[in-house]
Design a protein around this ligand. Structure first.
Ligand code: FAD
Length: 438
């Protein structure tokens, strides 16, 4: 089989504009066979080929190599099979998370865990080690039960969690950034659809920190959030409910719209012109919670956040037990020198993962997400956050930004694995080369 590349001009650009590049060729296959055909052509032409989802990662992980080719999964977004009896769904890798959640809901099903953004592709989230707010349910590496992958020699393989060898193989693709192969189809274990009730409480910052360990041990989903300079920490805990869900609208809608989008936009715009006023603005913004005190909704409606304004973000995954001290240090590092922070800090949780490339590999994890809307904020807040969090043995989520020396992030065994799987460096780009440098 052959596949024609697209003739149109195309620039790959990440959502936040953190990377942009014109590949020499763009493929937009519709199925696995066309992916294999594109790989074969790249091999024969001795050109690098990088797979992209929707470019929602902030890092340069999806950026095509210089003079390389790009393969987009945008057209591979079909639902292939829904098995309501066994709660299984099989989809193509380019399906958006939001669309997957909707199809599942239409069949009375749901995913036990979701990332906060519904706008990434399933394949992209899986490849970047995606997870959500649950300290109990693993990320996509757990929910995904099998994947179909096309490797660097254009061989199509199925890795399934149902056999031990397949399970190890499946786990090695979770978080590997597509370095071991292009994921074309995924089967997921769903659960019966469920409703959630969210309770959001405001605590004095230090008190809020002291409640997190207990919340993580008791609740299925937990989120913490604060604005630098505000005296509070907001904590949302979610419980399943079978009662008809109280939506909290319009208060919930106003609140999420306000905090998720408009208030943040306003702070960022004002802070660009008057950075010295940011501490005061952030302190005021931090008085508005992310949700009303109590609200309920279908699981995907509550766990997926509304679209956020364009911003940059770094996400550092830390051992759960160091979270309170790490957050205190982070806050002090921003507020002490009165840095121009212009966006809230979020904390997500995940249980220990067994997938070796996953940010939560081998340890129960809290992921601290530091955001910046204006350029100035990122340039000064990110380095300060990196310095404050480094003593706590963080691992960066590689879909986000980070300030580590990349060559120190993947241990020798993982680097060897990638190099053995792709000796021609067919799937490499600059980002991967930096991770693989000895
Ligand atoms: C507002 C916002 C909120 C976010 N919230 C979360 C969150 O809650 N949890 C979380 O974990 N992340 C989150 N992210 C990060 C981001 O969504 C993920 O890193 C994800 O990778 C982006 O998916 P994508 O489809 O756009 O992939 P891309 O950005 O296009 O690609 C990401 C990586 O995956 C590889 N890749 C893409 N598709 C495939 C495939 N089919 N096979 C193999 N490799 C592939 C790419 O080569 C690249 O290395 C968020 C991002 C934004 C912008």
């Amino acid at each position: 089989m052959t596949i024609a590349p697209e003739l149109e001009d195309f620039t790959f650009r990440t959502w936040a504009g953190t990377c942009s590049r014109v590949p020499d060729r763009l493929y937009r296959p519709r199925n696995t066979e066309e992916v294999a055909a594109a790989i074969t052509e790249a091999q024969q032409a001795e050109v690098r080929l990088r797979v992209t989802g929707l470019g929602r990662a902030w890092s340069e992980a999806a950026c095509p190599a210089e003079r390389g080719w790009s393969l987009s999964t945008a057209r591979m977004n079909r639902v292939l099979e829904v098995d309501r009896t066994h709660h299984r769904i099989r989809v193509q890798a380019g399906i958006r998370i939001e669309d997957l959640a909707l199809v599942l809901a239409q069949h009375g099903l749901a995913l036990p865990n979701l990332p906060t953004s519904g706008e990434a592709t399933l394949g992209g989230l899986f490849a970047s080690g995606g997870h959500g707010l649950s300290p109990q349910h693993g990320g996509l590496g757990t929910t995904v039960r099998s994947v179909q992958v096309v490797d660097a020699s254009a061989r199509i393989r199925e890795c399934s969690a149902d056999d031990p060898e397949g399970r190890a193989d499946l786990h090695s693709h979770f978080g590997a950034l597509g370095a071991l192969g292009i994921v074309t189809e995924l089967s997921l274990a769903a659960v019966p659809a469920f409703g959630l009730e969210a309770r959001t409480r405001r605590f004095p910052f230090e008190v809020g920190l002291s409640t997190l360990a207990d919340a993580v041990s008791r609740f299925e989903y937990v989120r913490a959030m604060f604005w630098p300079y505000a005296p509070h920490l907001w904590r949302t805990t979610y419980e399943r409910t079978t009662a008809p869900v109280r939506t909290g609208a319009p208060a919930g809608w106003i609140r999420t719209g306000l905090v998720g989008r408009d208030l943040r936009r306003l702070v960022a715009a004002w802070g660009t012109s008057f950075p010295e006023q940011l501490p005061r603005l952030a302190s005021l913004a931090g008085r508005v919670g992310p949700l009303p005190p109590r609200c309920g909704a279908r699981s995907d409606r509550l766990l997926l956040l509304p679209p956020e304004p364009i911003h940059r973000a770094m996400a550092y995954a830390l051992p759960l037990e160091v979270l309170p001290e790490a957050l205190s240090r982070l806050r002090a590092a921003i507020e002490g020198p009165r840095l121009p922070a212009d966006a809230p800090v979020d904390v997500w949780f995940s249980p220990q993962e067994s997938a070796p490339f996953a940010p939560a590999f081998g340890r129960a994890t809290a992921t601290i997400v530091v955001r910046a809307s204006g350029a100035l904020a990122g340039d000064v807040v990110f380095p300060a956050a990196h310095a404050a969090l480094t003593p706590f043995a963080p691992r960066p989520h590689l879909g986000f930004l980070h300030a580590f020396d990349p060559s120190t992030l993947w241990p020798e065994a993982l680097r060897t694995r990638v190099l053995e799987a792709d000796p021609q460096h067919l799937f490499h780009n600059d980002f991967l080369e930096r991770l693989l440098a000895a």
